[in-house]
Write a protein that binds this ligand. Structure first.
Ligand SMILES: CC(C)(COP(=O)(O)OP(=O)(O)OC[C@H]1O[C@@H](n2cnc3c(N)ncnc32)[C@H](O)[C@@H]1OP(=O)(O)O)[C@@H](O)C(=O)NCCC(=O)NCCS
Length: 143
């Protein structure tokens, strides 16, 4: 498994923007989208994972799309791992990488919106010691 980062999902050689769009449609199909409104922009950044195949060329397996606002808060717009690669620590690896990356850029808080029926994501977030306040998952990185 290889975890990488890009400042912008647009124009990336691994078609990260398209992957994220498909991921969001899949989340909506599962009933965990709040509308078919696309939560991220092509200019958003991402952490992504490749190289989880047992054979064949390394392919994209998962992504966390995020941005950082003017108050140095990071906002995760979508976190997704392809079904075939779930349960092998891909999301955990991407999230750890994200924390290390944004902490180095002065970010104190990571936030994201959670659909109230998305119990898998909620239990995952709680195991990472994120707070869930209404529709917001919040991770205070310092203090
Ligand atoms: C949620 C999701 C990102 C998890 O990805 P993953 O790579 O399978 O997660 P990991 O293997 O890194 O597991 C991380 C932790 O979450 C737990 N976990 C993973 N899937 C879980 C599930 N379905 N139910 C409960 N806990 C789960 C794991 O046990 C693990 O806990 P541990 O560290 O204590 O062992 C993935 O299932 C997914 O893409 N779901 C659809 C997209 C989605 O709903 N995204 C959120 C809204 S945008």
């Amino acid at each position: 498994m290889v975890v990488s980062h890009t400042d912008s999902i647009s124009g990336h050689h691994l078609n990260l923007n398209e992957f994220a769009i498909r991921a969001w449609l899949d989340v909506c199909e599962a009933g965990f989208g709040w509308s078919r409104y696309q939560p991220f922009k092509p200019t958003d950044s991402a952490v992504y994972v490749t190289g989880m195949e047992t054979e064949g060329p390394p392919d994209l397996a998962g992504i966390i799309v995020y941005n950082i606002d003017e108050d140095r808060r990071a906002h995760i717009q979508i976190g997704y791992v392809l079904p075939a690669y779930r349960g092998q620590g891909a999301y955990s690896a991407m999230y750890k990488y994200l924390i290390e990356n944004v902490e180095g850029r002065g970010v104190n808080v990571i936030e994201s919106i959670i659909h109230p029926d998305n119990t898998p994501m909620m239990s995952l977030a709680q195991s990472q010691e994120r707070d869930i306040v209404g529709y917001i998952m919040r991770h205070n990185l310092r203090g």
